[in-house]
Design a protein around this ligand. Structure first.
Ligand SMILES: *Cc1c(COP(=O)(O)O)cnc(C)c1O
Length: 419
């Protein structure tokens, strides 16, 4: 099939993320990718400012990651995880435990980020049942968050600005605190409100679910790391389980290996995903403490009631272990710092707000972006971007060169002017 035919079939039959089947925005055909670039049919190589939704941190076709997949393929692509185990799953668990904040040494391997968040919430609910508090069925979070697209995940996404407003009658009713203040903002005032809200609802709250330091898909908003100890204290004071969703922030994106480190606290449950496999295959995990695991076991079922068909997929685990080995070298630290320096150029763009944290750069306009025009403008600068709402942003692969980052900044500027 030629390009036109492929795109016609795609347009007629395939749903894309958050898209209309009747009136889809045009999709562009990708024919390959290497390093920081993707190859678009009819356009050529462009710098990938999205890192495939923030996951391809080491770039495409990385030799070590390719080799991990090939090597595993020669042994087996998949076996069930019920009653069986294998070296790739054990390798990825050992590495995650070694890198994660102390105490998080019980690992549940999930097949997507949303499922990891569901499992984390289920851990908190079962923990409370084990503690004799079955009435604790709600979650406390903050406005502006994003935690995935399944129903329980949607219930802790931002209730107004989020993508999921149309389900509000159907979703479990959760408790929402104010959005944490931006870095340098008034943490004390925010903390007083959050503590009061927690105290008011404490006897119903199973857990606290938040993205540490950076709210991602909810609006690309960094916030003061001093808020993290407040979450920890509130969780301890009221006997609730603290869940950090690091699916976007984990693995160096915000400048520390895990965003939790910026606040000097460890959660009771940590969710990771997206960059876990370096963007190769779908895999996520929920890590918890021994205490949470004991609590889950004390619930009436004794078991954690979850088990996806493709749990612990060996191909995904093998490439995740290889990706974690690349991170363990520490080379990402300089890369993220270097990218951060390059992204400071975004502050020269005339916009409602510009936010740069780690290897994240976001430009907020004073209106919703004309996505088609902005995407075209970025492509004309040799850059792939995917703006949403009023935001044009980049979360590039860590292997981007200084020239790549300069191109991304030029692309974001062009997109902001066109969109
Ligand atoms: C992307 C994301 C999720 C959902 O992960 P999926 O793999 O898309 O299900 C959950 N939480 C955060 C913070 C995310 O960025």
């Amino acid at each position: 099939m030629g390009r036109g035919d492929l795109l016609a079939v795609d347009r007629e039959h395939l749903w894309h993320p958050y898209s209309s089947m009747l009136d889809p925005a045009p999709a562009r055909l990708v024919t390959g990718a290497a390093g920081s670039r993707i190859h678009l049919d009819g356009i050529g190589e462009v710098v990938d400012g999205m890192a495939s939704w923030w996951s391809a941190i080491h770039g495409y076709r990385h030799p070590a990651l390719d080799e991990a997949v090939r090597g595993q393929l020669d042994r087996m692509a998949h076996v069930m995880f019920g009653g069986l185990t294998h070296e790739p799953a054990i390798a990825v668990a050992e590495r995650l435990i070694g890198l994660a904040p102390d105490g998080l040494d019980r690992v549940f391997l999930a097949d997507s980020g949303s499922v990891a968040v569901e499992v984390a919430m289920k851990m908190a609910l079962q923990y409370q049942r084990g503690a004799g508090r079955p009435e604790r069925t709600r979650f406390l979070t903050v406005r502006g968050g994003y935690h995935g697209d399944t129903f329980d995940c949607m219930s802790v996404c931002d209730p107004q600005g989020g993508m999921h407003g149309m389900w509000s009658d159907l979703l479990p009713q959760q408790v929402f605190g104010e959005r944490p203040p931006r870095p340098g903002g008034d943490v004390d005032a925010w903390a007083a409100g959050f503590r009061a809200l927690a105290a008011e609802h404490a006897d119903r709250i199973a857990g606290i679910v938040v993205e540490p330091v950076l709210q991602g898909a909810g609006g690309m908003r960094p916030y003061a790391p001093e808020c993290l100890p407040v979450f920890r204290e509130v969780a301890d004071e009221h006997g609730t389980v603290l869940i950090f969703d690091e699916i976007a922030t984990g693995f160096g994106r915000t400048g520390t290996l895990f965003a939790a480190e910026a606040g000097g606290v460890a959660p009771d449950v940590l969710c990771v995903g997206k960059a876990l496999t370096g963007g190769y295959l779908t895999l996520a995990a929920a890590l918890c403490t021994a205490e949470v695991a004991r609590g889950v076991s004390a619930s009436e079922s004794g078991a954690l009631l979850h088990g996806p068909t493709f749990m612990g997929n060996p191909l995904a685990c093998a490439v995740a272990a290889a990706s974690l080995d690349l991170l363990a070298t520490g080379a990402w630290v300089d890369d993220v710092r270097r990218i951060n320096r390059g992204l400071q150029a975004l502050h020269d763009i005339d916009a409602a707000d510009v936010r740069v944290l780690g290897a994240v750069g976001a430009v907020q306009l004073d209106h919703d972006v004309d996505t088609a025009a902005a995407t075209e403008a970025a492509l004309s600068q040799g850059v792939w971007l995917r703006p949403f709402r009023d935001l044009i942003y980049t979360m590039p692969p860590y292997v981007c060169t200084d020239e790549d980052i300069a191109a991304l900044c030029a692309g974001i500027r062009a997109a902001a002017e066109a969109g």
